[in-house]
Ligand binder design. Sequence first.
Ligand SMILES: [Zn+2]
Length: 511
Amino acid sequence: MLVRSLFRCSLAVTRSFIRMSSEDQDGKFQEVVKYNIAEADSEIPTQPAVLDIKLQMTNSSTENKLDPDSIKSDVTSLDKLNQLETRLFKCAAAGNVEEVTSILKIKGANKSVNWKNDRGWTALMLAARNNHVAVVKMLLAEGTDVNIMNSSGQTALDVATFWNNQEIVDLLTGKSRLEERQQFYNFFSQNPLYRASEKRNDKAWLQNVLKLSTTNFVIFSELNAFVTPVKNAGSEKKRSGFNLGLFQYKHLAEILAKKPLVVFLGLETWDPKSVAWFAVDVTGEEENLFKNVHEDGQFIEGFPLALQMMKTDAGIYAEARSILAWHDRYQFCPTCGSSTVVAEAGYKRECENKDCRSRKGIHNTNHPRVDPSMIMLVVSPEGKRCLLGRKKSFPPKMYSCLAGYMEPGESIEAACQREVEEESGIKVGHIEYHSSQPWPFPAVIMLGCIAHAKTDNIKIDPDELEDVRWFTKQDVQSMANRTHPLEFFFPPAQAIAHQLIKTWINPTSNL
Ligand SMILES: [Zn+2]
């Protein structure tokens, strides 16, 4: 069938695709197709809208008809190529498999399957946008490039995902629905070491591996890690981040002889003969001692510079810094006030008062603490907006997820519901756990959730937040692209807030 003319356009606010057909008195076929105005020239409209298009099938003599056969011999004509492109995009957007197929078969229309319109949209994106599964299947069979991005940086998969066209998402990802949900690994959570807790009480083994030439030491001064720059080959940037500066026993022998705080971090594998890692507190030592080993190294303050670490080193850093910070704060026994000493290779502190209650049984004061906090992306009752707020301390124009500490005796759900209501006045019901992020300043575990709102009216607590607003997916997408009209943006990819927001706007995004 050939789609021919466009009679009427009107706007409406529905995303549904309605297709009706009837036969007129002349035997000509008429179709009324409603589809989104974004069909051919807009990525994510600020206001979803619908174009009503009345399409009429006529015989081949009609003046506007584009007959592929008639241009086969002269497809190099620019006008005809332009007509062909326009026709391809309209048919892909309208779901006309037959005509898309016929256009792709025209000789001379080289690589037409990957043609782009003036906003970088391909036929695949337009079909994905409008949920035309058959067209997508056909284009995939014709070898269309699924990795092409439009001028907004979106692939066809991004487009299909954004508009919840699930069957097309499945086609483009090649995954079954069961496989869709990926495990998220947030920054600071990718520690590759096996912690080997069974070795923490094996003093002979620890003393031996400490002196092995293969053993790695990372060092901290006043909780600042010594790092080395990662030179980014092929880039104009001088560095692309930091690695932990690694030392061997021979570099630190004199310092280790002074019995500084040493923490056994773990092994590189489950094999006890694999490379062991330790963290050493070198506070008070001259930085030059370490620059003699790594001349381009330096101690860096934790936040925000630590966010520039390579991801696996950031995981090791999180373990080391959180434990060293705990030692720094637990010099004295919380139970009786006596001084404490290090035990279990840095994973315990024991009270020196032999009569102290903390020496009888297991007490949490003897072990490194972790403080749970909640961070949640609140989704509006109808699911089309999310709630973001900003504290006065945030960088100007940055909005993020609401967050707060969990209180004693509170469940994740209750903490989430309480924090959201306190900060925004919004009541939330169902809570979905998403992922977590260790935050080693000093030892927080951030529990990331998606919270589903039951109410809509915002009432800000000015003591907690400067502003709280609902944002549409379009708003959030523009914040991600740094094209928001008010220049709003959200935190960088190293923050779990970023991953929660990205999950909401694009549930299959590869983080
Ligand atoms: Zn004590």
